[in-house]
Design a protein around this ligand. Structure first.
Ligand code: 3SL
Length: 239
């Protein structure tokens, strides 16, 4: 039996007992979707870093540097945070040092809280992620990155989708109102995720920055089977 808990914002993570649990970090638009895409497209690893300064320093160690703040690519870095920058052989065999507004700090927070495993969540590999979690029979925390410590809809929707998918594969114990709410809103939105999210704050923010194509891409359901998780403090291919 797997207990599933949803943490709606990194600001709430201190209320949960993370030690020895599997944590899925969720930043659907776009950090964890981009991380899964980079690994699926052959990147050797992604080091998630808190600050642009830390990411920049990794250049001298042979890393591609990638940085985003408030939806924009930062000047002086090789890449921003778009999944399309990771396609067509651009990251094949390369290591990437990535810093983003919300997602990358959650990866570090989950690791520091001594999670058993830290995974990168995305709709793109939802079924494969659920299969992996169900096979491990370890309690799960779904950590939504949100936006600057506030709740957001897209990460919550994915938490609901993943909790539902795990529950369809194995016996689960869900005694967490955030998880129950996430599953309910996923049921409400699942027939048209893009349409549902058009009213959300981050969808509007990224639309103003002309990132619609990224969002439509990130909201595709189970289009690849690669699973990405932390190994030696870097995101790597697990499955
Ligand atoms: O907050 C993050 O980590 C990013 O994913 C935000 S953005 O989609 O690149 O704007």
């Amino acid at each position: 039996m797997i207990n599933i808990e949803v943490v709606l914002s990194p600001a709430l993570l201190h209320l949960s007992n993370v030690k020895d649990k599997n944590v899925v970090v969720i930043d659907i638009l776009r950090a964890t979707s981009t991380i899964c895409t980079a690994i699926h497209h052959g990147a050797s690893s992604i080091k998630a870093l808190r600050t642009p300064e830390e990411a920049k320093l990794m250049s001298s160690h042979g890393y591609i540097t990638a940085a985003e703040r408030d939806g924009n690519k930062l000047e002086g870095f090789d890449m921003g945070n778009s999944p399309f920058e990771c396609m067509n052989g651009k990251v094949q065999g390369k290591s990437i040092a990535l810093t983003t507004t919300n997602g990358t700090k959650c990866i570090e927070a989950a690791e520091n809280a001594r999670a058993r495993n830290v995974y990168s969540g995305s709709f793109l590999n939802l079924k494969a992620m659920a299969l992996k979690l169900a096979s491990e029979q370890t309690d799960v925390i779904l950590l939504c990155a949100g936006w600057k410590d506030s709740f957001n809809l897209e990460d919550t929707l994915f938490a609901g989708a993943l909790a539902s998918e795990i529950s369809s594969l194995t016996e689960t114990d869900i005694d967490c109102d955030a998880a129950l709410m996430s599953m309910d809103i996923y049921n409400l939105a699942k027939s048209d995720l893009v349409g549902y999210l058009k009213k959300s704050s981050h969808y509007k923010r990224l639309s103003h920055l002309h990132h619609e194509e990224d969002m439509v891409y990130c909201l595709q359901h189970s289009v690849f089977e690669t699973v990405t998780g932390l190994v030696d403090s870097e995101m790597k291919k697990i499955v």
